[in-house]
Write a protein that binds this ligand. Structure first.
Ligand code: PBG
Length: 327
C-alpha cells in the first residue's frame, strides 16, 4: 500500500505534537469563581464537593493562591444571609455590603488580581429570581435594570475591575455603561452574559448560595436551550450596547454557540464551565469511573478550541497546578 499522505506523522512524538498543537490552554485564560459569606468560618459546600464558602479572610487567601498559580482573575459570588434577602433586594447595592467589602480587601491584598463581580439580584432576592418580581409574579425588566445600575455602581466604587451582568434582562448593558460613565467609571469593563441558557447545570450553584427561585423557573429571561440564532441576536445587541466581552453559559452543551459567536463577533469571548459541568466530572471521578484530571483538561481545551478566550471554571486552581507540573 502506498499512502503518500499520512496525518499520523504529525502525531509521532510529543515534541511534534507540541509543534502542531492548534489550541493553547494556560492559567492566564482561567477565571476562578469564588463563594464567600459574612461568617468567620470557611464552610465546605455540600452541593459542590471541593468548593468552599469562604470567610472574607479565607477568600483573600484563596484568591491569593489562585493568583500565585497564574490565574489572573476571580469572580465573586456572595452567600447572603436569609435575613438580608428582601423582595426589593436593597442589600444588592449596600456600599458596606459583603461584595464591596470583599472587593476592597482583595484589591488591597492583591492589587494585580482582576476582580470581576456578578451583577444580578438573585443572591439578595427573597423570591430567588435574578430580577424584581411584581405582586402577580412577573419579572420586571426595566425596574430590575435600574436596580442593577445601582448594584454595579456600588461594585465600581469599591474598586471592581469588571462588572458582569448575569441577569439576562433586556437593555442592561447600555444602561450599565451609561450609569458607570456618568459617575466617571469609564475604565470599568462590562463582561456580559450574552447567551445564558435556562440550564439544569446551575443546580449545585443555587445550593451553594441558597438562591434557587422560590417559585417558577427562569425561562422568561434565560434562553431556551433549543435556540442558536437567538444567541446571535443577543450578541448583536450587546455589541451595540457597548459590552466589552461576551459570555456563553454553560459551556460544553453550547460549544456550537461559542463557535458561532467566535465567527460572528470581534469581541473577546468567555465561556462559563458551570457548577453542574464541574459536578459531573467530580461525581464520576469520585466513583472511580473517569480520570478527573484528564477529563477536566480535555473539557477546558475543547472550550478553548470552540472559541473561548477565557473560561470561568471551578477547576481554575487545579488546572493551573496541572499545567504548571507540565502534564
Ligand atoms: C445567577 C447566576 C447563576 C450562575 C451564575 N450566576 C445561577 C442562575 O442563573 O440560576 C450559575 C453558575 C454555575 O452554575 O456555576 N445570576
Amino acid at each position: 500500500m502506498h499512502l503518500p499522505i499520512r496525518p499520523r506523522r504529525n502525531r509521532r512524538t510529543a515534541a511534534i505534537r507540541g509543534l502542531v498543537r492548534e489550541t493553547e490552554l494556560t492559567a492566564s485564560h482561567l477565571i476562578l469563581p469564588v463563594f464567600f459569606h459574612a461568617g468567620s468560618e470557611d464552610q465546605a459546600i455540600a452541593s459542590m464537593p471541593g468548593c468552599t464558602r469562604w470567610s472574607l479572610e479565607g477568600l483573600v487567601r484563596e484568591a491569593g493562591e489562585a493568583h500565585a498559580l497564574g490565574v489572573p482573575a476571580v469572580v465573586l459570588f456572595p452567600a447572603v444571609s436569609e435575613s438580608l434577602k428582601t423582595r426589593k433586594c436593597e442589600e444588592a447595592w449596600n456600599p458596606e455590603g459583603l461584595v464591596p467589602q470583599a472587593i476592597r480587601l482583595l484589591k488591597k491584598a492583591h492589587p494585580t488580581l482582576t476582580v470581576i463581580t456578578d451583577v444580578a439580584l438573585d443572591p439578595y432576592n427573597a423570591d430567588g429570581h435574578d430580577g424584581l418580581v411584581s405582586d402577580d409574579g412577573r419579572i420586571l425588566n426595566d425596574e430590575t435594570v435600574e436596580a442593577l445600575c445601582k448594584q454595579a455602581l456600588s461594585h465600581a466604587q469599591a474598586g471592581a475591575d469588571i462588572v458582569s451582568p448575569s441577569d439576562m434582562m433586556d437593555g442592561r448593558v447600555a444602561a450599565l455603561r451609561q450609569a458607570l460613565d456618568k459617575e466617571g467609571f469609564i475604565e470599568i469593563a462590562i463582561l456580559s452574559y450574552t447567551a445564558k441558557y435556562a440550564s439544569a447545570c446551575y443546580g449545585p450553584f443555587r445550593g451553594a448560595l441558597d438562591s434557587a427561585p422560590r417559585f417558577g423557573d427562569k425561562k422568561t429571561y434565560q434562553m431556551d436551550p433549543a435556540n442558536g440564532r437567538e444567541a446571535e441576536r443577543e450578541a448583536r445587541l450587546d455589541e451595540a450596547e457597548g459590552a466589552d466581552m461576551l459570555m456563553v453559559k454553560p459551556a460544553l452543551p453550547y460549544l456550537d454557540i461559542l463557535y458561532r459567536l467566535r465567527q460572528s463577533s470581534p469581541l473577546p469571548l468567555a465561556a462559563y464551565h458551570v457548577s453542574g459541568e464541574y459536578l459531573m466530572v467530580k461525581a464520576a471521578a469520585a466513583s472511580g469511573w473517569i480520570d478527573e484530571r484528564k477529563l477536566a483538561m480535555e473539557q477546558l481545551t475543547s472550550i478553548r478550541r470552540a472559541g473561548a478566550d477565557m473560561i470561568l471554571t471551578y477547576f481554575a486552581k487545579d488546572a493551573a497546578r496541572w499545567l504548571n507540573d507540565g502534564q
